[in-house]
Design a protein around this ligand. Structure first.
Ligand code: G3D
Length: 247
C-alpha cells in the first residue's frame, strides 16, 4: 500500500515537472556509427537528408543533431556547438587503427570554448564485434579521464551496439546512455540554457568577422600613423636640404 502511494506521488510529481527542451550534438569519426546510434534511439529512423531528429524522453523534448564525421564535414561542427546542451561522441570500438585520430578529434572538441564544461556521453559502439575494446580499454586509449578533467565536463562511457539496439528495442544501451546525458544536463540546466542563449545570439561567423574587422581597423590605424611619421620625416629632410618639394 505504501509502495503504491509513493509510486503515485512520484508519478504525479513527474507529470507536474515542466517539459525541458534539450539539444544534443552527435559527433564522432565517419563510420563510427552515429547515424545508426540515432536510429537506435529515435523510434522513427532519421532520414539521411535531415540532421535534426526529435524525440520525447520522459520530460525532455530532445533534439539530436547528427553531424557528419568526415574530415571535410568536421568543420561544420563548430556551427552547432552553440545550441548544444550536451554532446554524444560515438567511437567505433573495433577500429584500433583510428583510435589515435578519434582521441585527437575528441581532445580538440573538448577544448572548444562552446563545448568545454558541457556534459559528454561517449558511446563505445560496435560491441557486438569480436575484437571490440571494452569500456576500460577505451577510457585508457582515449585518455578520457585526463581530457574531461581538463575541460571540466561530466562524462560517461556507454559500451553499446547500435545494430543490436535495433533488434533488442526493450534494452537499448544507446537510450540508456542518452538518459544519463539528460540527467547530467538537468543538473546544470539553467546555466546550460543561459550559455546556449548567449552563444546562439551571436553567430560564429559574425564574431569572426568582428574580429577581422577589429584587426583590420588596427592595421589601418597603424598604417595611417606610419604614413604621417614618414611624411613628417621627409618634409624635415627636404627643409634641411633647402628643397621645397610638396609632399
Ligand atoms: P556514421 O553515421 O558515423 O558515419 P553509420 O556511421 O551509422 O553510417 O555506420 C557505419 C557503418 O557501421 C555501417 O555499415 C553500419 O551498419 C555499421 N555499424 C554501425 N553501428 C554498428 C554496430 O553497433 N555494430 C556493427 N557490427 N556495425 C555497426 P555499412 O556497411 O553500411 O557501412
Amino acid at each position: 500500500m505504501f509502495n503504491l502511494m509513493s509510486n503515485c506521488c512520484s508519478w504525479v510529481s513527474k507529470i507536474q515537472e515542466p517539459i525541458r527542451k534539450v539539444t544534443i550534438l552527435v559527433v564522432g569519426l565517419d563510420k563510427a556509427g552515429k547515424t545508426s546510434s540515432i536510429r537506435g534511439i529515435v523510434d522513427t529512423g532519421p532520414t539521411h537528408s535531415c540532421i535534426r531528429n526529435e524525440l520525447r524522453v520522459e520530460n525532455y523534448l530532445v533534439t539530436l543533431l547528427d553531424a557528419g564525421g568526415s574530415p571535410e564535414s568536421r568543420g561544420t561542427w563548430r556551427e552547432l556547438y552553440a545550441e548544444a546542451h550536451g554532446i554524444i561522441f560515438v567511437v567505433d570500438s573495433c577500429d584500433r587503427q583510428r583510435m589515435k585520430e578519434a582521441r585527437e578529434v575528441l581532445a580538440d572538441l573538448l577544448k572548444q570554448p562552446r563545448v568545454a564544461g558541457k556534459p559528454i556521453l561517449v558511446l563505445a559502439n560496435k560491441q557486438d564485434k569480436m575484437n571490440a575494446l571494452v569500456g576500460s580499454e577505451m577510457i585508457e586509449i582515449l585518455s578520457l579521464e585526463k581530457l574531461v578533467n581538463q575541460s571540466r565536463s561530466l562524462c560517461h562511457i556507454e559500451p553499446c551496439s547500435a545494430l543490436m539496439d535495433l533488434r533488442r528495442w526493450s534494452d537499448r544501451k544507446t537510450l540508456r546512455g542518452l538518459r544519463w546525458l539528460l540527467r547530467a544536463v538537468c543538473l546544470d540546466y539553467p546555466e546550460l540554457c543561459a550559455r546556449v542563449a548567449q552563444d546562439s545570439r551571436r553567430p560564429l561567423e559574425s564574431r569572426k568577422r568582428e574580429k577581422k574587422g577589429k584587426s583590420g581597423k588596427i592595421h589601418r590605424k597603424t598604417k595611417t600613423y606610419l604614413d604621417t611619421c614618414l611624411n613628417f620625416a621627409l618634409s624635415f629632410l627636404f627643409c634641411y636640404l633647402g628643397l621645397n618639394v610638396p609632399i
